[in-house]
Every structure is written in C-alpha cells, then in structure tokens.
Design a protein. Structure first.
Length: 222
C-alpha cells in the first residue's frame, strides 16, 4: 500500500485528513458551524469503512476538533489501536454565531446584506457573534503549526470539518482564501498531505470517498 502503510520519515509529517461523516441533520441543509451535531447511521458506517481501510496503517496519533461529530469519528477509527487521541479546540468548524441552525434561505431573508457579503467571500465579514474567514484561518493554521512543531517524523490522522479541511489544504497548496470554495470536501472524504522540515508540502490525495482504495487509484494511473 503506497501511502497507508508507508513507514514514517524523520523530516516529514504525514496527515491523513478526513472530514467527519454524514450528519443526522444533513438533509435539512442547515448551517451547523460550531454547534454539536451527531453522526447519522450513514456517517457511522462511513467511519467504520475507513477504520477497516486503515487497519494495517502506521499511525502515531489521532486528532479531532472538540465537537462531537469529529470526536465520534476518531473514537471509531482509533478503537483497539492503543494510539493517543487529541481533541483540539483549534480544529473546530468556523463559528457562524447567530446563523447556526438556520438554512441559507432563512439567513438571506433575515440578514440579506450579511448573506451577500458571505457569498462574495469577504474575508473580513463575520456573521453576528461569529468568526470572519480571516479569523477562522488564523485559528486553524495556528493549530496546525503547533502540531507541526512537535510531530515531524510521525503519521497522524485528523478528523476535521469541511471548512477546517479547506483551510489546511489551502495552506498546503499555498493558495489564498479566494480559492476557499474551489476545494470540495464531501462527507467522510480523505485527503493525504505531507509537510516537510525543508521544502513545500505535497498533497497526494484530495476528496477521496469512503469506497476509495489505493489499489484502484494506482491501477487507474498505471
């Protein structure tokens, strides 16, 4: 297995970056943000699928946000491994403040000017009592930098959120916030990123679904 069973390297941090699985309220299309929401039965199955795929991989630690939907994902993935799991506040999804629990249509009706600035990707705009995209990026990247300082030479698995994952991928690609919505992050998708002591990061995999296998991916490109 080219990536999942690679040995660690002293000058590299490899991050297996998952998004949490499908949620109980996914069909309602509400903005969850920093609100706690549980995984649906489908989301639990998605995490079990990744647990099976990672069963023989070399992992030194697990990270999640401090929200239930990522903690539950790590709980499934780390079961029986004896590997430490670290929930961290810095990897929480962007806070949308007073907008949380609302649909896009309701937000547009109640706060048309704010909704317009959000769609225009104004990096300094924050929903009432929420975070701007700039504030969100600073929090997530700062958390990543702290992990990089102490985790070179390790392979870690992070269960994050769509927004968190996009920020980490933008950091890896060296892209600005203008490209934020240009990176799709589906439920339970996998990304693989290598960060090096010297040299730019390398993204090996982007937005792979739970039925992804390395064998299939390698065969397609051979």
């Amino acid at each position: 297995m080219k990536y999942l069973r690679d040995p660690s390297h002293p000058d590299r941090l490899r991050i297996f970056l998952l998004r949490h699985g499908h949620l109980e309220n996914s069909e309602r299309h509400v903005i969850n943000g920093s609100t706690d929401v549980s995984l649906s039965p489908t989301g639990l199955v998605q995490m079990e699928r990744w647990k099976d795929l990672f069963s023989g991989s070399v992992l030194d630690s697990f990270y999640s946000s401090s929200l239930r939907r990522t903690i539950d994902g790590v709980r499934i993935l780390s079961e029986g491994r004896g590997v430490p799991a670290h929930p961290v506040f810095g990897f929480r999804e962007r806070s949308f403040g007073d907008w949380e629990g609302m649909t896009r249509d309701r937000i547009e009706q109640q706060d048309p000017e704010g909704y317009k600035r959000w769609l225009e990707m104004d990096p300094e705009f924050a929903p009432p009592n929420g975070e701007s995209l700039t504030m969100f990026r600073e929090r997530v990247v700062g958390t990543l930098e702290g992990i990089l300082e102490k985790s070179l030479g390790k392979n870690i698995l992070v269960v994050g959120h769509s927004g968190v994952n996009r920020i980490l991928l933008l950091r890896a690609f060296g892209l600005s916030l203008d490209h934020y919505f240009g990176l799709s992050q589906d439920y339970a998708c996998l990304n693989i990123i290598d960060f090096y002591r010297n040299g730019p990061p390398v993204v090996h995999l982007l937005n792979a679904p739970p039925d992804w296998t390395e064998h299939r991916a390698i065969s397609v490109h051979e």
